[in-house]
Design a protein around this ligand. Sequence first.
Ligand code: S6P
Ligand code: ZN
Length: 207
Amino acid sequence: MSAHRVPETERNPAVSTPPPRTPTLPFAAALDAATGSVSPAALLVERRVSDLAGLYADDAAWQAAVAAGDPLVYRVCIAPVPEVAGEVPFSITTIEAGAIGGECFMTKGHTHTAHEGEVYIGLAGRGLLLLFDGAQARQLELVPGVATYIPPGWAHRTANVGDDPFRFLSVYPGDAGHDYEWVLRHGMGARVYRDGSGQQVVSTIQS
Ligand code: S6P
Ligand code: ZN
């Protein structure tokens, strides 16, 4: 039996074809593990302490850090790949070494709005990847030579647990989408503190 075919003339182009855009051409990018640059890059996102309202446990320490110069916490250098279905964007995140109220410098953290995963690859320094699905929390060491997998449905955040800048490459589906509100409301199931030359992970899951 032959499949039913809609004649070309009867198709609604507004429904069956995605909006026209310039096709992305193949390209190579230079990744600099010493500076965190991606070249060519389309965008550099910078997050300072003041951009991280409501994320650190010690709000007084957060306010003091804003008042004391509002230092840069992390930046993301993003390759020129469109964030649309079918494309695979990538970027390098650099988190500076530091802490607020003892809690390690970290990214905002987000969930993907689509059921899509992601891969993080360690490039420099020492980091911890925090994962939370709303019930279970996991923490994975992220250092050079290690790739970590973030499954669909898991919120993710990274923290610098070392004394030098921590850098990693992220590669994700173009239609993943980013929801920051979920992490603001639910947290990450754990917080990471500096503890001498190491780190201490404290669970925040209520039992
Ligand atoms: C994107 C990927 C990373 C983060 C970056 C900054 O899906 O997970 O590129 O965007 O590490 O973190 P955040 O939580 O501020 O987006
Ligand atoms: Zn992500």
